[in-house]
Design a protein around this ligand. Structure first.
Ligand code: AHR
Length: 503
């Protein structure tokens, strides 16, 4: 048994939690859109072809902003292919995923679906094969009321009101050699700043996200951010971070400490952005949009899923359909802890992705939809993490990992909502075999009671929810939680994620 101690004090605030931290991502990739959110032949499809069961699950998940339409896909995408009469829309090669894009879902359909799930649109423009003009065109189509060719086209397509999209991504992962149009940081920075300036001539109040590195392991990491921000600093609001984690060679100790890597990643990008701020003597601060994060068995994609045959361009193939286990969900919940811990600078984030593709929600064509293990920490955190992030004092033993150095056995973050008086604590026990007896000093909170205490844990850390056993893994009450003399005592099982609320 490991002992740990945590002190919470609502006076020590990191920063407000922006609801956009609980965003997600829908890409035209595999079965995310087609046979995912959209399946007109499904018995539960609505009049627009959207699956009602998926809409219900997305609402339950509690996602705020949804990034669309890619991802790698966007760097070859012609947005205008996806608007207007459906039977006139072209079928195109999607080079990013070696698939056929039918364009049966485009901006208008996706925006309609967003209304149904109650989320905000975050739109990515193509800076891979396209540039300033096409970004202006889609902005005109989406955000101008009427009276110009493209805005009138939207109205003619049945959408009277402009979408007023606030957040725009200036391309995707432009540092990656796999990306169509990938270039040097200087080349991308120039294109991004020209695009940003032009878009701001339409609407100076847009919130613009410039591409940071595709991961902290990229060869130009740090340098890429510096150069890109030197070019774009005055014109953008966010720099993006992307990170995916998977266990390597059965090293679960390192895998469970993935959030240590995410913490460092965020802090390095903040340091780089602030370095550029200092050099420029700027008053403005650039925030992070962590607009792709998840557990992703990326090596499986490279070895099993990837399509390369020049004659094979399937529609909606099964790609990146990772099945998530309990240990994956614990790491995932810990990544959310890392994002919330940095709420002062990470003010937007997108779980990549939403349905079928490295997703918390899975569907079977003509069949059911179900929650993966990762669904639970996301949904509960999105519901409970309100108000501000608190600074914590955590005393806990650490262990040595091969990939991330020393890692604390327990990781934690706490949030406090002044308007309701509610405090929420999110915890992971990274130990593979030992329980942690955690004592939380809650004395400063006064006379509180436990609202709920729930854990995600299973004696088999590889247990997962599948088509045949969709409810195998779920959250369970953690009955060990008890309050005594200004302290909360709780036992955290090995490889577990826990959320406790105090009111
Ligand atoms: O989310 C899957 C892919 O991962 C995205 O298309 C790309 O941006 C990233 O490399």
């Amino acid at each position: 048994m490991i002992s740990a101690h945590l002190t919470i004090d609502p006076h020590f605030v990191v920063g407000p939690i922006n609801r956009r931290l609980f965003g997600s991502f829908v890409e035209h990739l595999g079965r995310c859109v087609y046979d995912g959110i959209y399946e007109p032949g499904h018995p539960d499809a609505d009049e627009h072809g959207f699956r009602r069961d998926v809409i219900e699950l997305v609402r339950e998940l509690g996602v705020s902003t949804i990034r669309y339409p890619g991802g790698n896909f966007v760097s070859g995408y012609r947005w205008e292919d996806g608007v207007g009469p459906r039977d006139e829309r072209p079928r195109r090669l999607d080079l990013a995923w070696h698939s056929t894009e039918t364009n049966q879902v485009g901006l208008d359909e996706f925006a309609l679906w967003l209304d149904k799930v109650g989320s905000e649109l975050m739109y990515a423009v193509n800076l891979g094969t396209r540039g300033v003009q096409e970004a202006l065109d889609v902005l005109e189509y989406a955000n101008i009321r009427s009276g110009t060719e493209l805005s009138d086209q939207r109205v003619a397509n049945g959408v009277e009101e402009p979408y007023d999209i606030r957040m725009w991504c200036l391309g995707n992962e432009m540092d990656g050699p796999w990306q169509l149009g990938h270039g040097t940081p200087r080349e991308y920075g120039r294109l991004a700043v020209k695009t940003a300036r032009a878009m701001r001539q339409v609407d100076p109040s847009l919130e613009l996200v410039v591409c940071g590195s595709s991961s902290a392991q990229m060869p130009l990491f740090g340098e890429w951010e510096r150069v890109v921000l030197e070019e774009t600093y005055d014109e953008v609001d966010y720099i993006s971070c992307h990170a995916y984690y998977e266990p390597v060679g059965g090293d679960y100790g390192s895998f469970l400490a993935s959030a240590v890597n995410m913490d460092r990643f965020i802090e390095s990008v903040v340091a780089t952005a602030d370095h550029v701020k200092a050099i420029r003597g700027s008053e403005k601060t650039i925030d992070i949009s962590f607009d792709e994060w998840n557990v992703w068995y990326h090596s499986r994609y490279a070895e099993v899923d990837r399509i390369t045959d020049v004659n094979e361009w399937p529609v909606a193939p099964r790609l990146l359909e990772d099945s998530y286990s309990v240990v994956d969900a614990v790491v995932f919940g810990n990544l959310l802890i890392s994002l919330i811990r940095h709420a002062d600078r990470v003010t937007a984030a997108s779980l990549a992705q939403l349905v079928n593709v490295i997703a918390p929600i899975m569907t079977e064509p003509g069949g059911p939809a179900w929650r993966q293990t990762t669904f639970f920490p996301f949904a509960l955190t999105s519901r409970l993490a309100r108000g501000v992030t608190l600074e914590l004092k955590l005393d806990c033993p650490s262990y040595t990992t091969e990939r991330h150095g020393e890692a604390s056995v327990v990781d934690a973050v706490a949030t406090h909502d002044d308007s309701t008086g509610a405090t929420a604590v999110f915890l992971v026990n990274r130990s593979l075999d030992e329980e942690v007896e955690l004592v939380i000093d809650t004395s400063i909170l006064g006379d509180v009671s436990i609202g709920s205490a729930q854990s995600l844990h299973d004696d088999d850390m590889h247990a997962a929810n599948t088509l045949d056993a969709p409810d195998r893994v779920r959250l369970r009450p953690n009955d060990s939680a008890r309050l005594a003399d200004g302290e909360l005592h709780i036992t955290l099982p090995p490889v577990s994620w826990t959320a406790v609320t105090l009111g």
